[in-house]
Design a protein around this ligand. Sequence first.
Ligand code: GLU
Length: 453
Amino acid sequence: MCGIIAAATEKSVGKLLVQGLYKMEYRGYDSAGVALHQIDDIAHLRSLGKVKKLESKMVKEKPKGKIGIAHTRWATHGKPSEENAHPHVSNNRVFIVHNGIIENYVALKEQLIKKGYQFNSQTDSELIAHQLDFFLNQGSEMLEAMSLLKEKLEGAYAVAAIDLKNESHFYLMRNKSPLLLGQSDSGMFAASDPLALADLTNEFVFLEDGDVAEVSAKEYKILDKNQKRAIRKITTIDVSSEAMGKNGYRHFMEKEIYEQPTAILNTLDGRIGGEDVLENIFGEGSNELLSKVERIQIVAAGTSLHAGRVAANWFSAIANLPTQIDYASEYRYKNPYVDKNTLLLTISQSGETADTLGALRYAKERSYLGSLTICNVPTSSLARESDFVLLTNAGPEIGVASTKAFTTQLTALMLLTLSLAKARNLNPRLRGRVVGALRALPEKITESLELKT
Ligand code: GLU
């Protein structure tokens, strides 16, 4: 899943959209595109490869528009190509960008072909544009069309759309794929990643599953999964472009390796005191929960799964607790047996790993003692939907190979190990020694980094 950005302001938004796409480049992508409302028509530019190529096209063609949507694609259905790049369009009227996967796209596509719609791509996304166009032609307003569409779609999606017949709004819908609104005095924005809006705003509104929204330069309206007007809280996140720069390092991975001492200091901050870990560091009431734990189920993917494997040894050696570990992508399909007093532990840097989130939602229907997540993004779905959270506070990790995200996960998992041992009255002296070692860790890492010649 890649990147979406949308904007509505009183000035032309083309540059700002491209800047947003640049800020999401770190996520990887194969193509990019933009659609800008020019009142008489909608400028539609796409290119295979880098955002730079798209930008060159824009410099040449000079599209203008105060409303626009843009996308970086990571192909899931249909090869990387210009035809498959987003935005997709229906009848030269409805333009959409989509992150995610529409599971039932074959059936929906067939229905639309029977209604006379022609498909120009192999993606699962294009049908979204045609289906919206169909509902608009039947007399619906766009918000209503989106509400009708969401009844049909199965799968994960974050969608932004514009309509030729409406020059003042863009539209959003989301299910199981991140999408947030950003508000400022100069306009309204939306993106799948808050970093895309760095320098534009630090006031965000997170959309929830089943939400649809109508956004103009001045205001927005959200309807929730029951089509009721929703007022969502505004979250302030400091996403400065400083965190996005390389600050003199050759690449982000190098920068993030050198950020480890500070990142680990931030993971430990306010969580250890004297010779022990502090109470309730996972949230109010978490110590009571930890004292009841008799078994741990870890669900994670990739690097986070490796962190979990290390932690399983600690849980056993220091807190006398057995652990079961599963790949997030497999966990749901094995009909897991849940022993009594089992804690579900999820680990994810972004807090949006789709399989891990799917596992948490599945586990909520089972008889777990409770759920706890270790993740890096406070506003993520995992952080919001778990009973308890320990944030790693590592700051954005842009490098694809994990560095500080992994070492801060290990630090957080050691804090969990200590908390479990404490809740079970185990190993007080060892706990004291480990706390001392954790305190010394940032300095030791700095010393190791200084060995570089
Ligand atoms: N499934 C869509 C496609 O293949 C969207 C992929 C994405 O999230 O970038 O075009």
